[in-house]
Design a protein around this ligand. Structure first.
Ligand code: MN
Length: 201
């Protein structure tokens, strides 16, 4: 299968002022496109070529670093665009109750994910995952994610925050914590709630 760049469902400037249009355009059109192109190149003519991303992740140790890095990059960014919005949404009743149960409050979850992102050395992601029916927070390095068989903490990501410098450098420069504070204004909780419900039985 050939992997393709998904279109953004909103304009580049839709998340202003929290995430600026230039960052969104470069992030989507160049960074994500490069992960897609390099993934297709890395898989071309190999047994992984007809596998889905989830199939590749479930046996990650069998594939070269280029597949792990670019496959992760493609999956992670595809999720990231979906869970961002200016729709001013809130967690569903079911998700809100699971968040309270797992973390005490929505603010406590935000704090925990922001800390996980701020303390991730170098580049990586902060995640809200469903694991055995429960919510948990973790972070990964580079373009790894919790679906990978190689991940330290495994689960299904329902919200991911990109903490690579390319996600915030134009507006926030070196101030990753400021970006991590601002991004909570543009979370698409409708989408996160949908993913939560799809992953708890
Ligand atoms: Mn990124």
């Amino acid at each position: 299968m050939t992997h393709t760049l998904p279109a953004l469902r909103y304009a580049f400037d839709a998340l202003e002022p929290h995430i600026d249009a230039m960052t969104m355009q470069i992030h989507h059109d160049r960074h994500h496109q490069a992960y897609v192109d390099n993934l297709n190149k890395a898989l071309s003519g190999t047994p992984g070529a007809d596998k889905t991303l989830e199939e590749l992740f479930s046996d990650m140790g069998s594939y070269p670093a280029a597949v792990r890095n670019n496959g992760g990059g493609h999956y992670n960014h595809s999720l990231f665009w979906e869970i961002l919005s200016n729709n001013g949404s809130h967690p569903s009743a079911a998700l809100a109750s699971a968040i309270d149960h797992a973390f005490g409050s929505l603010d406590a979850l935000k704090e925990k994910m922001s800390t996980a992102g701020a303390t991730r050395f170098g580049s990586g992601w902060s995640w809200l995952i469903v694991k055995d029916g429960h919510l948990d927070v973790c972070s990964t390095a580079n373009q790894d994610n919790p679906l990978m068989s190689t991940a330290e903490v495994k689960g299904t990501p329902i919200l991911g925050i990109d903490v690579w410098e390319h996600a915030y450098y134009l507006k926030y420069q070196n101030k990753r914590p400021d970006y991590l504070k601002a991004i909570w204004n543009v979370i698409n909780w409708d989408e996160v709630s949908k993913r939560y419900s799809a992953n708890v039985k």
